[in-house]
Write a protein that binds this ligand. Structure first.
Ligand code: FAD
Ligand code: NAP
Length: 540
């Protein structure tokens, strides 16, 4: 987009700025970079007091990425790839946060980011083709374009446990861990949850806490990460191969670097299958469920992978009566696979107690305990690792009104509808990154954020260079997209689980499988739309 300076427009439209971006995580920062590259005047609004998004908020001990550092990083700045040295195979939260802060500094992004400011309302002014937005401090501004980079996992779910308010100890959600940390030394801690966050935080807490009660409703599948420090050779090799690393991600269904096996889990003999799973298990990480091509399309194939993990649980947890309660019963991978650093061995510690909530449900909290079944567990700290209102939560927390006052909440009452995961009919000049209908949550999210931002930039550029004031998804294109996303999902076993992918973790949320399941196909569709001159959009 070297002719992009010509696109400096909206200043003529009477708007306060060309574009407003909501959110300063990986997506929002790159969006700002691209808008500036197009010569546009943009501002980012962020409710936190720093950049980083997920990695700003989730500061719990043990928080780390489960995508290798060389893959979970921006590709748009090749010099950065060469200059930044990752220290571990799977980077920790502090290291990722330092990386994002460095990017913001390096590209002089801070000067256009407004921190400590939550956007509460966005309303489209059809007569002027611009968005009026309001912040929680009452400030009101206008922008020609609005980009929601609000994150697929940024709104914590806090269950309504009876008596929660009466608890006098420390209550913390993993996604709102305080900067100062929480000292659990010698304290009694209850962790509610057994998803990725619980699995990461609990082994760390168990190292110093007097006692850790693991309050588990559904046993989860977890695979060891095999995290390790990167050697000088690892780093040199990655730096010489970045184009290949990125190309591998672009070709993978989840935008990850591993290769999915070409065989069916059911076509090999038992010994070969066992050996292949063992190799993946020893290799560590998310590649485990890539062992065979049909793990996500055939329940029998899936069961072989689940059985392997159940066998590992038996081997790794010494007390078999505890192991019994840790056995996942669902299909593997249909809830996001967890990747851990010492989760199962943690149950061999004397100070860790597994509480199976299926047998002893949470009754209520008192000022110093959590009551499960007929038991009262005395605690000082309550950790809610209870997840997020995923993929649509942050958009729907705002009041967003499109043409004719149409509310996004109303439009999405029966489930989210949009085109390419990026744009909604009735909401011109509004885009979302990692929204429903994109591979949000299933793909490497930095790769997806960059791809989404590039497409949004292309759409904005096309709008401006065509002399149009607004771009809007067409109703037919939207309907067909939703159908396409659902069809892809229905060819798999993903929708069978009560996961956050289908909104099952939030009471009252419509049950719809939200993510697009094939990143390379998704990317190609987006490229075709751009090269066909914004096919499926109306420019006006
Ligand atoms: P976010 O990083 O969530 O940033 C969104 C920002 O928008 C937040 O800072 C939020 O405060 C702000 N915001 C939201 N609403 C408003 C508003 N109304 N006004 C102002 N500001 C607002 N993905 C992977 O691919 N691999 C991983 O290993 C991985 N690990 C994860 C670990 C954890 C603990 C969590 C919670 C998520 C993980 N994810 C992972 C997903 C992760 O969310 C994405 O990888 C990525 O960081 C999302 O970037 P983003 O910029 O789209 O959103
Ligand atoms: P999650 O996967 O949604 O897990 C939430 C956990 O809380 C589940 O075990 C759930 O049980 C439990 N829970 C929720 N409400 C409960 C209630 N009322 N009573 C008892 N238990 C309750 O959330 P998460 O662990 O924060 O992870 C969310 C996503 O963030 C992950 O899937 C992943 O994409 C990302 N993440 C990644 C990493 C990483 O390794 N890089 C780390 C953390 C998060 P049920 O299953 O029974 O509902």
């Amino acid at each position: 987009m070297n002719d992009s300076k010509k696109t400096t427009i909206a200043s003529n439209s009477g708007a306060d700025m060309d574009a407003v971006v909501v959110g300063a995580g990986f997506a929002g920062l790159y969006m700002l970079y691209k808008l500036r590259e197009m010569g546009l005047d943009a501002r980012v609004y962020e409710s936190g007091d720093g950049v980083g998004g997920t990695w700003y908020w989730n500061r719990y001990p043990g928080a780390r990425c489960d995508v290798p550092s060389f893959e979970y990083s921006y590709s748009f700045d090749p010099r950065l790839e060469q200059e930044w040295d990752w220290s571990e195979l799977y980077p920790s939260q502090p290291e990722i946060l330092a990386y994002i802060e460095h990017v913001a500094q390096r590209h002089d992004l801070y000067r256009d980011i407004v921190f400590n400011t939550r956007i509460t309302t966005l309303a489209y002014d059809e007569s002027q083709h611009l968005w009026r937005f309001v912040a929680d401090n009452g400030q009101e501004k206008t922008a020609r374009f609005a980009v929601l980079a609000v994150g697929p996992l940024s709104v914590p779910v806090i269950p309504d446990f009876p008596g929660l308010d009466s608890f006098k100890g420390t209550i913390v959600h993993t996604g709102r861990w305080p900067k100062a940390g929480i000292d659990v030394n010698g304290k009694r801690v209850a962790v509610i949850g057994s998803g990725s966050s619980a699995i990461q935080v609990s082994p760390e807490l168990a190292k110093t806490a007097d006692r850790v009660f693991m309050l588990q409703r559904s046993p989860a599948y977890s695979v060891p990460s095999r995290n390790r420090p990167l050697t000088a050779t690892d780093i040199l090799e990655a730096k010489s191969n970045y184009p290949a690393i990125r190309a591998r991600a672009q070709a993978n269904r989840s935008a990850l670097g591993f290769k999915t096996g070409e065989q069916s889990a059911l076509e090999v003999d038992d010994q070969t299958r066992e050996q292949i799973y063992e190799e993946r298990w020893q290799g560590g990480g998310l590649a485990f469920t890539g062992a065979f091509h049909d793990i996500f399309t055939d329940t029998e194939a899936n069961k072989t992978a689940g059985d392997f993990v159940r066998k590992k649980i038996r081997e790794m947890v010494e007390d078999q009566s505890i192991a019994d309660h840790l056995m996942p019963e669902t299909l593997i991978g249909c809830k996001r696979l967890c990747v851990d650093n010492g989760y199962l061995p943690m149950f061999n510690r004397d100070n860790v107690e597994l509480v199976d909530l299926r047998e002893r449900p949470i009754q209520h909290l008192t000022e110093n305990s959590v009551c499960v079944g007929n038991d009262q567990l005395p605690i000082d700290v309550l950790v809610l690792a209870t997840g997020f209102d995923a993929i649509t939560g942050a958009q729907l927390k705002m009041d967003i009104a499109g043409r004719n006052g149409l509310q996004l909440k109303d439009k999405w009452q029966e489930g989210p509808k949009n085109y390419l995961g990026l744009a909604v009919e009735g909401f011109p000049n509004l885009f979302m990154v990692s929204g429903p209908g994109s591979p949000a949550g299933l793909a490497n999210m930095v790769t997806l954020a960059e791809q989404n931002v590039d497409v949004i930039s292309g759409l904005i550029h096309s709008t401006l260079t065509s002399g149009a004031s607004a771009i809007e998804a067409l109703a037919d294109a939207e309907t067909n997209w939703v159908k396409h996303v659902n069809e892809l999902a229905s060819e798999t076993i993903y929708p069978l689980a009560n996961s956050w992918y289908v909104g099952a973790n939030v009471p009252g949320k419509p049950r719809i499988f939200m993510p697009h399941l094939d990143y390379p196909l998704y990317r190609r569709r987006c490229e075709e739309v751009i090269s066909a001159g914004c096919e499926g959009f109306r420019l006006q």
